[in-house]
Ligand binder design. Structure first.
Ligand code: ASP
Length: 430
């Protein structure tokens, strides 16, 4: 059995619905189809989820009516273009009633699922009837029992993503982008052979296409590599959605609804050599970082100071990372903030470190690959790629997980670093 999830861009308008229908009917094993709410397209400036959020935030009844009418028109137009007849009046009227925020926003995937189910002439299974989520924690056991009772063998069903039901019988949303997570959970619950995630790129690209012209797409990746890339900010796939399929070794395939013939990217625990022979799997960049380089005599033994520092950083409520740089020093990384001078002074005076240096406007370019383990020379090739350039490398970091290598450079240089790494490493190995 295949679980296939279609994102908002795959369901943005009638033209996309037709592509989705074709893809689904091309494989009889695509039985459980998970959907996001209607997305953005050239003729659709807003995601349905954002329209519903706008509806929930409207201050006056008049404003509410305007957004409500836009949503209703969008569906009526879609259904007329798809030539389907479906009476959604009650569902629309509910949008103007006092639904909870989560329930109102969840109606995006709910209505989208209803329309697709009618268009394909199959049944819909409502996520509220099986997906037990309580404050973000999924009850797999109970959800599995419930889902098993709802599905019949070899039948096809449409399932709305992004929400479930909590212990108080209230609809609970997953975080934004949660349709990927629903798909992955459903694949886990039914022990699917494959989880297909249909989106609008040819799988995962090795680098941001805004930085590198036509970057190659990565044919295969391990779960761990994908997790690293997602943590580091690659947006195609939601990082929370990896774990449920990883737990059961279900291959995840990221595919393009607009080019279904493209093989996309397969994520599994088998890291075969990449079809393109690429030794690096992805590159990401965190710009505008502030680095605090902290020194203290025998710092690695001074747990008291480290604990004090961590609780200070936690209270700042900023995202930060830190790591030991030597026996006597630690680096702390924070996204650019207007508070940086105060933080530097506090680290020195309140916490009591001997010396604190601060660097601003730093970009951290990270290369992800499982090949670091098998090919120790890879790091050398990366560093060599930046030779003979004016790029000032401020720091190099190899991580103990053997999956990543980072360069700290000035913000103004990150684009060039991307180009040099991408072009040189590819040239050498293809
Ligand atoms: N519709 C939701 C969002 O826009 C969930 C999803 O698309 O996965 O975040």
């Amino acid at each position: 059995m295949i679980v296939a999830k279609f994102g908002g861009s795959s369901l943005a308008n009638a033209e996309q619905f037709k592509k989705v229908k074709q893809i689904i009917s091309n494989n009889k094993d695509r039985n459980l189809i998970v959907v996001s709410a209607l997305g953005k397209a050239d003729d659709q400036p807003m995601k349905l989820t954002d329209q519903l959020i706008k509806l929930s935030e409207a201050n006056s009844l008049a404003d509410k009516r305007i957004v409500f009418q836009q949503i209703k028109n969008r569906f009526n137009e879609l259904m007329s273009q798809l030539e389907i007849n479906l009476d959604l009046d009650n569902e629309f009227n509910d949008l103007m009633n006092n639904l909870s925020y989560d329930e109102l926003v969840s109606r995006g995937e709910y209505l989208t699922a209803l329309v697709l189910a009618r268009f394909l002439d199959v049944e819909m299974i409502d996520a509220k009837d099986f997906l037990m989520i309580n404050q973000g924690i999924v009850d797999y056991h109970l959800s599995q029992n419930k889902l098993q009772q709802l599905i019949k063998k070899n039948q096809r069903y449409i399932i709305p993503g992004f929400y479930g039901i909590n212990l108080n019988d209230q609809i609970e949303l997953l975080p934004r982008g949660g349709g990927d997570t629903t798909g992955s959970i459903v694949a886990n619950l039914v022990d699917a052979n494959k989880y297909e995630n249909w989106t609008d790129t040819n799988g995962l690209l090795m680098a941001d296409p805004n930085l590198i012209k036509n970057p190659v797409s990565i044919s295969n990746l391990s779960y761990q590599e994908l997790q690293e890339l997602s943590y580091l900010g690659t947006k195609v796939f939601n990082d929370e959605a990896i774990e449920p399929v990883k737990q059961k070794n279900i291959p995840l395939v990221i595919l393009n609804t607009n080019h279904p013939e493209h093989l996309g990217t397969t994520i599994s625990n088998q890291t075969k050599a990449n079809l393109n022979n690429l030794r690096i799997k992805g590159m990401t960049c965190n710009q505008h970082q502030v680095v605090f380089r902290i020194y203290h005599y025998q710092l690695s033994k001074r747990y008291d100071l480290v604990i004090k520092m961590l609780s200070y950083l936690k209270n700042l409520n900023l995202d930060y990372t830190f790591e030991p740089a030597s026996f006597d020093s630690i680096n702390v990384y924070i996204k650019k903030t207007s508070n940086s001078i105060k933080i530097k002074n506090d680290l020195r005076q309140v916490i009591g470190f001997e010396k604190v240096e601060m660097e601003q406007n730093v970009s951290i370019v990270t290369v992800v690959s499982e090949q670091f383990k098998q090919q120790p020379t890879l790091v050398g090739s990366l560093i060599e790629a930046l030779n003979d350039s004016d790029i000032k490398v401020k720091g190099l970091r190899q991580f103990s997980d053997d999956l990543k290598f980072s360069f700290e450079v000035e913000d103004k240089d990150y684009h060039l670093v991307f180009e040099k790494l991408y072009n040189n490493i590819n040239k050498k190995v293809v």
